[in-house]
Design a binder for this molecule. Sequence first.
Ligand code: NAP
Length: 250
Amino acid sequence: MKSLQNKIAIVTGGGSGIGRAICLLYASEGAKIVVSDVDEKGGEDSVAQIKAKGGVAIFVKADTSKPEDSRKVVEQAVEKFGGLHIAVNNAGIGGPLSPVGEYPVEGWDKVISINLSGVFYGLRYQIPAILAAGGGSIVNIASILGKVGTKGSAAYVAAKHGVIGLTEASALEYADQKIRINSIGPGYILTPLLTKSLNDTAMKALVGLHPMGRLGTAEEVAELALWLNSDKASFVTGAYYNVDGGYLAQ
Ligand code: NAP
């Protein structure tokens, strides 16, 4: 039997990179997927790829920084598929690169509203639906930069530290109500988030930060997310796991 057979899952930011890899893997393991994203084309492409492989998926356009959009995504899962068991709060942006003393205030607000408040809005509406379904599991995509700092990305670092704290706090509240909530910290992963904004020299510098001597793939992150969202991780909640080629071991 497939590990997510008959489960209903929401993946935010499912139209690209790590989110798309999670959508495809979960669908191949039997889950019905609600792909949500601000990028309509990317989201519809993910749905088409899932369907081409015999999977089941719908796209819901939604901005995680808007609470009403997060509620709409959950409502669609319940209306179209009959409930909700799994959520992956994955959507995120890199934000401006600048020292704190010069950091654009509107850039700070945007990163915090998508990368941190967006995870809260997701949990806020996903949890009641998962409780109604009798339980389930949520994975929040944080980062290695949720555990350590880096220069030039204060808003991202602060938001990702917040995601890990939010995961721990909410996991405690629902540990005895059959909802497990965990976070993942990818190292630098080869996705459009990086390729859109960095040149070759900057990419090579990032490679050098990883003891394995390479960047990770979205599929490697998806495998960890799948394990955490499956019954194989039945005693795991409030945890943070990194998938980072050794970055945090240094
Ligand atoms: P990605 O390829 O850029 O994919 C992110 C997707 O989320 C894009 O389709 C993006 O649309 C969408 N999105 C952006 N803002 C959104 C919003 N407000 N509401 C809904 N969707 C939104 O990025 P990725 O590398 O897969 O990153 C996924 C997650 O992993 C993020 O939380 C990121 O912080 C985390 N992460 C990534 C890395 C890495 O090195 N790649 C490392 C650690 C953690 P647009 O393209 O239109 O913006």
